[in-house]
Design a protein around this ligand. Structure first.
Ligand SMILES: Cc1cc2nc3c(=O)[nH]c(=O)nc-3n(C[C@H](O)[C@H](O)[C@H](O)COP(=O)(O)OP(=O)(O)OC[C@H]3O[C@@H](n4cnc5c(N)ncnc54)[C@H](O)[C@@H]3O)c2cc1C
Length: 303
């Protein structure tokens, strides 16, 4: 298996390292800033092929990359926005089935999340396929003693006649609307919040911190927050750097969708609940009063 990872200005996409790990370290990195991206795969990658292609043009890239991948039986992309753009085009050009949104991929068995993660299906692929891997599910651990990856560079010819949309501008994502799975910072609300107005406060706090807002199933079941903001096994699997939980108990169905945040802060009245045990900073306090105090501080600083 080989991972195909789209790199923008040296940044690996969400799930990029996981896709490389799922392919036992074999990957083709395409895009810009590839040396920088390759360095982020130390301890994970074993064999890298770098294809400098500049700005992302999925149709032109697919035509350029397909011949390079024709001899690879299994091609895996992270299900990041760019991966989801490129994968079906590669599958079409390679005349292969596409298994989208997999949670685990092997040559003979693919696990697929369907219906918003409520159903898990197992597929038995044929000898050749393209798949996308859901970010944040597999996790990845760098092995410090893994020898440095072998690195090769390849030049491919793009097809200017391939019809790609004209990109006028690339804007940074808005934390309020970004796909939660992609959010680097998340503020999460749970049943410790005492009313729907707390969700508005949580969103305000998130906006000030550049963080997206997520919630537990108790909150989405109450209708305070739409389902696409639910974190967990039957919601969205996320993988933020920072997670701040307000009144969240940390039930396994919630935390198993949390990825592996570098920093967790939890505000809870129960110091022994699982979310507090997971936290780097566990604040034993009323989550509602804490939100009030934080927003007062922000208002003071703004005036
Ligand atoms: C099949 C299945 C799938 C599920 N999928 C999901 C899923 O995808 N996502 C998900 O989140 N859940 C899921 N659940 C539900 C999950 O099991 C938990 O019930 C849920 O995560 C608990 O949400 P909570 O932490 O908001 O509520 P609770 O478990 O009720 O916890 C509330 C927390 O708030 C604290 N608290 C109370 N008052 C305050 C206060 N004033 N200040 C601060 N803290 C306070 C309490 O100490 C407690 O820790 C699923 C359950 C099942 C059976």
């Amino acid at each position: 298996m080989i991972a195909v990872v789209v790199v923008r200005a040296g940044q690996l996409p969400a799930g990029g390292a996981e896709a490389v790990a799922e392919c036992a370290g074999r990957a083709l990195l395409a895009g810009s800033g590839l040396a920088e991206a390759a360095a982020q795969l130390t301890g994970i990658a074993t064999e890298l092929t770098l294809v400098e292609l500049g700005d992302f043009q999925p149709a032109a890239w697919a035509h350029g990359l397909a011949p390079l991948l024709a001899h690879e039986p299994a091609v895996l992309l992270p299900a990041s926005p760019d991966g989801r753009d490129l994968a079906p085009r590669l599958a079409g050009l390679l005349h292969r089935p596409l298994y989208a949104g997999a949670t685990a991929v092997g040559p003979q068995r693919i696990e697929l999340a369907r219906n918003g993660g409520r159903e898990l299906h197992t597929a038995t692929p044929g000898p050749e396929f393209v798949a996308t891997l859901q970010p944040g599910v597999r996790g990845v651990e760098a092995h410090p003693h893994l020898p440095a990856a072998t690195v090769g560079a390849v030049t491919v010819h793009l097809y200017p006649e391939a019809r790609d949309p004209l990109v006028l501008d690339v804007q940074p994502p808005d934390p309020a609307t970004i796909d939660l799975a992609e959010a680097p910072r998340i503020v999460g609300g749970g049943a410790g919040l005492d009313g729907p107005q707390r969700i508005t406060q949580l969103a305000q706090l998130g906006a000030a911190l550049g963080a997206s807002m997520g919630a537990t199933r108790v909150i989405t079941d109450r209708g305070w927050v739409p389902h696409e903001r639910q974190i967990g096994t039957t919601g969205v699997v996320v993988d933020p750097q920072l997670y701040i939980a307000f009144g969240v108990s940390g039930a396994v169905q919630h935390t198993s969708g949390l990825g592996d945040p570098a920093h967790i802060i939890s505000v809870n009245t129960d110091q022994y609940c699982p979310m507090m045990q997971l936290a780097d900073l566990a604040i034993v306090a009323d989550a509602n009063a804490t939100l009030d105090a934080l927003l007062d501080l922000l208002a003071e600083n703004a005036s």
